[in-house]
Design a protein around this ligand. Structure first.
Ligand code: MN
Length: 287
């Protein structure tokens, strides 16, 4: 089994080392992770500058550091290593519960795997003061035994409480939060801000947050399709738009010219137009 291990805390995080060490019991491990911390980068990909992929010494593990985001690491890692079976991301220093799905780089690495057709698992735990992951390793082992040997789930978010009782299935907590902004000043007296989040509602039973608040390891199967099926069915029933015309005029069968043009419009700009070309010595005979 080929196991690509990524994270968002950076390649030198104790969490990724613990995960890679346990994962090595299950297959061949390659670590590909950001060279510096990329927490809260979400699913950003680096499109306006080139990336590096450098071999790195990491406790005898095969490892590469990338000067990019967690999603970049999975893209480059699976480009350099064919037929990756699973991407494990973490163990993050800090929970990724509920709304974290939107800004977590840890989760983004697992989601990037799913987008590339590879199984993805995100793993997170409370930041440990002493950075000691040894106590967590038996639980990481148990989660991997189950997810890698018994389950076929494509995308799973795992959160470990500090002292787990065991494993439970959960759904995503969707409670809202206050974006709390804390102002401060820089040494020049200019305004600076910290942004943090504060949950404002009670925890819903059966959710990821509910589970870890009760010392259970939370396993949440996720999917990439964010379509609100209920709202869609309701909208279609209440207020049909131009679907009847669309059904009449849209050709079925091979991809029409319009679809081809949409795909061209979606493609990123060629690198030559994104980055100013390096000036070449002018040809004296040109003017
Ligand atoms: Mn992180």
């Amino acid at each position: 089994m080929r196991i690509l291990v990524a994270n968002d805390d950076g390649i030198y995080s104790p969490g990724i080392l613990a995960l890679a060490e346990v994962a090595s019991e299950f297959g061949t491990v390659r670590v590909v992770a950001p060279d510096v911390e990329q927490s809260s980068m979400g699913h950003a990909v680096t499109a306006s500058r080139p990336l590096s992929y450098r071999v790195t010494k990491l406790h005898g593990l095969e490892a590469y550091r990338v000067n990019g985001t967690p999603a970049d690491c999975v893209a480059l890692g699976s480009y350099h290593w064919e037929r990756v079976d699973v991407v494990l991301s973490g163990v993050n220093l800090g929970y990724n519960l509920g709304n974290s799905i939107w800004h977590s780089g840890t989760l983004a690495a697992a989601k990037q795997a799913a987008l590339l057709g590879i199984r993805g698992v995100a793993l997170s735990a409370p930041a440990r003061g002493d950075h000691d992951f040894d106590a967590l390793k038996p639980w990481i082992r148990r989660v991997l035994e189950f997810l890698l040997h018994e389950s076929k789930l494509k995308l799973v978010n795992v959160n470990f409480p500090r002292e787990p009782h065991g494993l439970v299935w959960t759904r995503v907590s969707v409670r809202h939060y206050d974006g709390r902004v804390v102002p401060m000043k820089d040494p020049m007296g200019r305004e600076l801000y910290w942004f943090t989040v504060k949950p404002i509602e009670e925890t819903e039973e059966g959710t990821d947050r509910w589970a870890v608040e009760r010392d259970w390891i939370s396993l949440t199967p996720l999917r990439l399709d964010l379509t609100d099926e209920t709202a869609l069915a309701d909208a279609r029933a209440r207020r049909p738009l131009d679907e009847s015309i669309a059904a009449r005029v849209s050709p079925v069968g091979p991809m029409p010219e319009a679809a081809r043009s949409v795909r061209e419009d979606e493609a990123p700009a060629p690198i030559s137009s994104a980055i100013p070309s390096i000036a070449t010595p002018s040809d004296p005979s040109a003017d």
